[in-house]
Design a protein around this ligand. Structure first.
Ligand code: LLH
Ligand code: MG
Length: 379
C-alpha cells in the first residue's frame, strides 16, 4: 500500500470561544472560525484523517515526504519528519508531526478494522475524567472569584459526575493576576465546597518564581491537593528539581516544554517531576507518547496525559501503568461542553454519569466525521 495524496481542507464553523491577549481561551460571543481536516489517501482507497493541521506546512514540507511511502510504516515516517524538523523548526512543529501521525494511526485502524487503542495493545475501554476549567476571568458568574470556582466545582462533581476537578486560575491580562494568595483562596474554596474525598489539582500561572511555586505547593499540601503542574517556565529544569525536592505535593511535568521523549527522559534522570506529563499534541503524536509511557513504566513512574481528544483517549486506554485521568475540557459555566462539534456526528469523548469517558470502538481513531458539513462549509 502506498500514499498517493495528502490534502488539508479548511472549513468554517461557529465558535463561542475567544482568546485573550495572552492566548488563553474564554467564553465569547458566537463568531466564525476555521478548522481543518488532514486526509491521507492510499492507492488502495484507504484513508486516514486528523483535524487541526496547517495546510501550508503539510503542502510545502510534509506532502513531498509522504507520497510513495507505505502508510503502515508509521515509525519510519515519524523519524523522517523528526529529522526534517532540524532545519525547519519554525514551521514543522510537533503539532504538525502529531497530525500526520494521528492520521496514519487512523488509516491503519480503518484498514485493519480495529480501533487505535487495540492496535496499541488495549488495557481498558473507559477512563475516569477530571473536569479541567478554563483559566480565570472577570465575567460575573463565570470564573471571576474563588466562589465561582467552588460553585462550578460543585456542579461538575455533584451534578455532572466528574470524580475530580482541576483549576486553571488567573493569568495576565486579568487585573491582579498572577497572585499566589488568590490562587490558594480559589483552591481552598473548592476544597471546602467538595469536602475531603475528591481529587483536586491546580494548573496556575506558568511563570511564578521558585519561592512563589513552593508557597503554592505548601498551601496545596494543607488542602490535600493531588498535584500541581507548570507553575514555572519549564525550560528551567533545575527550578523543577528544586521544587520537587522540597514539596510533598506531587509535581507533574513537563507539559509544554519541547523535546518529546528525550526531554521526559532528562526530567526523570534529573528528578524534576514526580509524575511525567505528555499529550499527543505536545510531543509529536501517538507514536512518541507511547515511547514516553513505556519509558515511565520502566521507572515505575506515572504519566498524566495532557489534554483531551481522540488521540489522547486511545493512548490512555492502551496504558498499562497509571494514567489516572482523562483531561476533559476546558470547561466553563457558560460553555456547553457536551455540544457536538459541527464537524462530528457525535462527541469523541462521551462521559457517563459515573465520570468515565468511553473510547470509540469504531475503526481508527473512531471519530464519526460529518463529511457533509465539511464539504458545505469549505473555505
Ligand atoms: O494556559 C492555558 O490556557 C491552559 O493551561 C492550557 O494550556 C491547558 O491545555 C492546560 O495546561 N491543561 O492542563
Ligand atoms: Mg496544564
Amino acid at each position: 500500500m502506498k500514499i498517493v495524496d495528502v490534502t488539508v481542507q479548511n472549513f468554517r464553523y461557529i465558535s463561542n470561544t475567544v482568546r485573550d491577549s495572552e492566548g488563553h481561551g474564554h467564553p465569547g460571543d458566537p463568531h466564525e472560525a476555521t478548522n481543518s481536516l488532514l486526509t491521507i489517501t492510499t492507492d488502495e482507497g484507504v484513508k486516514g484523517y486528523c483535524f487541526g493541521a496547517s495546510a501550508s506546512v503539510i503542502n510545502s514540507l510534509v506532502k513531498p515526504l509522504l507520497i510513495g511511502e507505505d502508510p503502515l510504516y508509521r515509525e519510519r515516517i515519524w523519524h523522517i519528519l523528526r529529522e526534517r524538523q532540524r532545519l525547519h523548526l519554525a514551521t514543522l512543529s510537533d503539532k504538525a508531526l502529531c497530525a500526520v501521525d494521528m492520521a496514519l494511526w487512523d488509516l491503519a485502524g480503518r484498514y485493519l478494522g480495529q480501533p487505535v487503542h487495540k492496535l496499541l495493545g488495549a488495557y481498558r475501554d473507559k477512563v475516569p475524567a477530571y473536569a479541567s476549567t478554563m483559566c480565570g476571568d472577570d465575567l460575573p458568574g463565570g470564573l471571576a472569584t474563588p466562589e465561582d470556582y467552588a460553585n462550578f466545582a460543585v456542579w461538575c462533581v455533584k451534578e455532572r459526575g466528574y470524580p475530580a476537578y482541576k483549576l486553571h486560575t488567573w493569568q495576565p491580562p486579568y487585573p491582579g493576576a498572577p497572585s499566589v494568595k488568590r490562587d490558594l483562596e480559589a483552591c481552598a474554596a473548592v476544597r471546602e465546597a467538595l469536602g475531603p474525598d475528591v481529587d483536586l489539582m491546580l494548573d496556575p500561572f506558568h511563570y511564578y518564581s521558585r519561592e512563589e511555586s513552593l508557597a503554592l505547593a505548601r498551601g496545596l499540601e494543607k488542602l490535600d491537593y493531588l498535584w500541581m503542574e507548570e507553575p514555572m517556565g519549564e525550560h528551567s529544569m533545575s527550578s523543577f528539581v528544586w521544587l520537587t525536592e522540597q514539596a510533598d505535593l506531587l509535581i507533574v511535568g513537563p507539559e509544554t516544554a519541547e523535546g518529546k521523549h528525550f526531554a521526559r527522559a532528562e526530567w526523570i534522570k534529573a528528578g524534576a517531576a514526580d509524575v511525567i506529563r505528555a499529550g499527543v499534541w505536545d510531543v509529536g503524536g501517538i507514536t512518541p507518547t507511547m515511547k514516553i509511557i513505556h519509558l515511565c513504566e520502566s521507572f515505575n513512574m506515572s504519566v498524566e496525559i495532557h489534554g483531551g481528544g481522540a488521540g489522547n483517549l486511545h493512548v490512555l486506554c492502551a496504558m498499562g501503568i497509571p494514567g489516572r485521568y482523562y483531561e476533559r475540557g476546558l470547561l466553563h459555566p457558560f460553555i456547553d461542553y457536551e455540544a457536538v462539534p459541527a464537524w462530528l456526528n457525535q462527541r469523541d469523548d462521551p462521559m457517563d454519569n459515573e465520570g468515565f469517558v468511553h473510547v470509540s470502538q469504531l475503526p481508527g481513531l473512531g471519530q464519526d466525521i460529518n463529511f457533509d458539513y465539511i464539504q458545505d462549509n469549505l473555505v
